[in-house]
Ligand binder design. Structure first.
Ligand code: AMP
Length: 737
């Protein structure tokens, strides 16, 4: 979902940017200490907040006691008090300082317990990113020319992971819901993005270093300031800490003026030079181009794939037999000229989006398969809880919808399906939450929006936006293209309906507005029922009314003689309406990066002298499902390995043979680091050992059965536990050595 802030009726929406919120979920170190941090239940979060609060209070109390005691010592000295008296006072002062130091270290511990310890997070991230780069999961683009910020290549294992994620996405969404998949161009003519509002409002707020002109994202600077203060400034009072946390919680809700005011209030300067900063101003994130050689046909690289679906609505609706609901889907590249991309793979300038536009009758947003997901329970973060400083809580999806926390069943259905998609990929369910947009974060036309946020070493990252965008997009394109993007409901019996009839009196309007008559007429005709009825009442009581015409960008005075507004009973055989759209929008690169972090761990080598890296990818996403190793370099074993490779290929299992003479332990370590879940070691000509990556358990399987066993587990038809029950354990451990 792209647009945020609440605006007046006909104003265009403004940009809605990816959220990296800073409220960290509490974590405890798991067996991978200190690297892999696991989220705890939210009650612990409350306890940690309470501890942090009371520690900050005792710290400031201690500091005032130290100040008082310091004064007392000075007074004793200046009044010539006795030596023992002064010594006793100095000792009391030193004791107080020791107590303060002890509280400081408790606070430090509480902060790292709540996931705020940046040291651990940075070290963990560095270990993951080093492994990813070394094993070519990704490569900074144009590296030999020193790269370009925000552009990355996927190397061979990265490409495999991505294509596995996309294949699962197609299976989980497109196939399951019979969605209509389309593939539209990245280069988009200006008119399309003018209609959608992107040309005018797809912006982020930017500030400039007033001396060097270096640009920064305004909200990022404010966020960094608050986080750093909270993590490192122990003299911060509990009240100030609460204020900074509140700023972080409502960051996405702040207007340009509010952001600018906070930056001034906190004295935030340019991070690199400490120079003063300009006021925030909007920067459009689209890459502009021109279509064709003449330069007269402006275009943009699309910032999202959704518009391609909206402009095809009419044909897709027809293809679907003129029936609602239906969904269309698209996977493709999106381009955003991010102001200062930091956060590695998370904020890039070109990325893959997978988007769904589910078109539904606005009068019936129920979903026939909602009961399939209604019992799911996971972390949800409704807007009231965010504003009041609480943390995300486990809610049952069915209850969240029936209580109205989630606006409707279809939106709820997609939230549930997104939860299943992400957790089946291997995202840790305790580090995944669904956060509702704050009131101002959401566009005025949107009915409700939730982001699937995943916790990573960078904090909580928006990875999927799930929004009920009402009829905004189709209406906008209908208006601009003059092609009706509507659906019909045919009635079995004609129905009498009360209809709003707005009749602009063209002669009067022409006299009053001359060249602007068409714009005023169109604005009058486009009035929604509530606005029209209010105008009617005002015209009757006052004779004239001020009316904002957004295409003119100003108010005009409408007199009673210029328009007739009434409600009439009419017989209708069908209802024609603009469908609402529910849009789940997946940032594939972000999901994959979070998956890397959630899957990464280290374990000591067999000799215990080094740490080995492992990605515990589920077979579904693993870049290679299986490796085949002849135990020693010998022709017989190599023949068997080739035979197994052939049967794995026939079974559709991606695999790799390693016939290097390297020790088997080293070969295992190499493939563990790529996240390969199974390894087949050829150590005889009749049977082989199959080793599972995480448990390192090995079983013996006959050569002619091994491909089908591996296929069963990689396809999820059986689990490794089932395999352990069916095949004898290989306990000698020779292969591992
Ligand atoms: P939005 O339309 O802004 O809600 O974005 C849709 C999805 O695209 C988000 O949920 C993110 O996962 C992803 N996304 C947005 N901006 C970026 C970016 N600069 N780099 C990578 N992914 C992004």
């Amino acid at each position: 979902m792209r647009f945020v802030r609440a605006l007046t009726t006909c104003a265009l929406p403004v940009s809605r940017r990816g959220v990296i919120s800073s409220t960290h979920f509490p974590r405890t170190c798991s067996f991978l200490k200190p690297y892999i941090a696991k989220a705890l239940h939210c009650t612990i979060s409350v306890t940690i907040m309470a501890t942090e609060d009371s520690l900050r209070k005792s710290l400031s109390q201690k500091q005032s006691n130290i100040d008082l005691q310091g004064n007392a010592v000075r007074q004793l000295k200046s009044s010539g008090a006795s030596k023992p008296e002064i010594e006793a006072a100095v000792k009391a002062l030193n004791d107080l300082k020791l107590e303060k130091a002890s509280i400081e270290s408790q606070l430090q511990a509480a902060l790292s317990g709540s996931g705020s310890s940046s040291g651990n997070r940075d070290a963990f991230r560095q270990a993951v990113v080093n492994t990813l780069e070394r094993r070519l999961f990704f490569i900074p683009s144009f590296k030999i020319y020193r790269g370009v910020a925000g552009l990355y290549d996927y190397g061979p294992p990265g490409c495999s992971v991505k294509s596995n994620v996309l294949a699962f996405w197609r299976q989980h969404f497109v196939l399951e819901e019979n969605m209509l998949e389309v593939d539209c161009p990245c280069v988009t003519p200006e008119v399309v993005l003018k209609a959608s509002g992107h040309v005018e409002k797809f912006t982020d707020l930017m500030v400039k270093d007033e001396k060097t002109g270096t640009c920064y994202r305004a909200d990022h600077l404010l966020k960094d300031y608050c986080k750093e203060k909270l993590e490192k400034d122990f003299s911060l009072s509990a009240e100030k800490a609460a204020e900074l946390k509140h700023v972080l919680a409502v960051l996405d809700d702040l207007s340009s003026e509010q952001l600018g005011a906070k930056i001034k209030e906190y004295g935030i300067t340019a991070p690199d030079t400490k120079n003063p900063l300009s006021d925030p101003y909007p920067f459009n994130l689209m890459f502009q181009t021109s279509i064709g050689p003449s330069g007269v046909s402006p275009g943009y690289m699309r910032p999202e794939t959704a518009q391609g679906i909206f402009v095809n609505f009419k044909d897709l609706y027809y293809y679907n037999g003129n029936k609602l609901p239906f969904a269309a889907a698209q996977i493709g590249q999106a381009f955003r000229n991010e102001i200062s991309p930091r956060q590695g793979l998370l904020r890039v300038r070109e990325f893959t989006l997978a988007e769904i536009e589910h078109f539904v009758d606005p009068q019936d947003k129920s979903h026939p398969k909602f009961s399939d997901v209604a019992k799911l329970e996971f972390l949800m973060f409704p807007r009231d809880e965010q504003v009041s400083g609480q943390s995300a809580k486990k809610l049952q999806l069915g209850e969240a919808v029936s209580r109205g926390t989630v606006n409707n069943e279809t939106l709820g259905y997609f939230i549930g399906r997104v939860y299943l998609f992400l957790t089946q990929l291997g995202i840790d369910k305790d580090r995944l939450r669904f956060r509702q947009h704050l009131a101002n974060e959401m566009a005025h036309y949107a009915a409700d929006c939730w982001d699937a946020e995943i916790e990573s070493s960078y904090g909580w990252i928006e990875c999927v936006g799930i929004a009920d965008r009402s009829a905004y997009d189709l209406r906008a394109h209908s208006e601009k293209s003059s092609v009706a993007l509507v659906a019909q409901e045919k009635f079995s019996e004609p129905r009498e309906v009360e209809k709003l009839v707005i009749t602009p009196i063209k002669k009067e309007l022409g006299l009053a507005f001359k060249g602007n008559q068409r714009m005023v007429t169109e604005a009058l005709e486009a009035m929604e029922e509530k606005v029209a009825m209010e105008m009617k009442a005002d015209l009757e009581s006052k004779g004239e009314v001020e009316f904002h015409v957004c295409t003119l960008g100003k108010n005009v005075t409408i007199k009673k003689s210029m328009v007739s507004i009434s409600k009439e009973i009419k017989k209708e055989h069908q209802r024609v309406f603009t469908p609402s759209v529910i849009e789940p929008s997946f940032g594939i690169g972000r999901i994959i990066y979070c998956l890397y972090e959630h899957s990464f761990y280290t374990r000591p080598s067999k000799a215990g002298d080094e740490q080995q890296n492992v990605f515990r990818f589920p077979p579904l996403v693993a870049p290679i499902k299986c490796t085949v190793f002849p135990l020693v370099q010998n022709q017989q074993y190599e023949e068997v390995a080739k035979l197994i490779s052939k049967s794995l290929t026939a079974a559709g299992i991606s695999h790799k043979i390693d016939i290097t003479g390297t020790s088997i332990g080293k070969r295992y370590a190499r493939t563990d680091e790529l996240g390969v879940p199974f390894a087949i070691t050829v150590d005889s000509t009749s049977s082989v050992t199959v080793r599972e990556r995480d448990s390192k358990d090995q079983v013996r399987v006959d050569v002619d059965k091994v491909a089908s066993v591996v296929r069963e587990v990689t396809d999820g038809l059986s689990s490794w536990a089932d395999v352990l029950k069916m095949y004898p354990l290989h306990s000698s451990g020779t292969a591992e050595e």
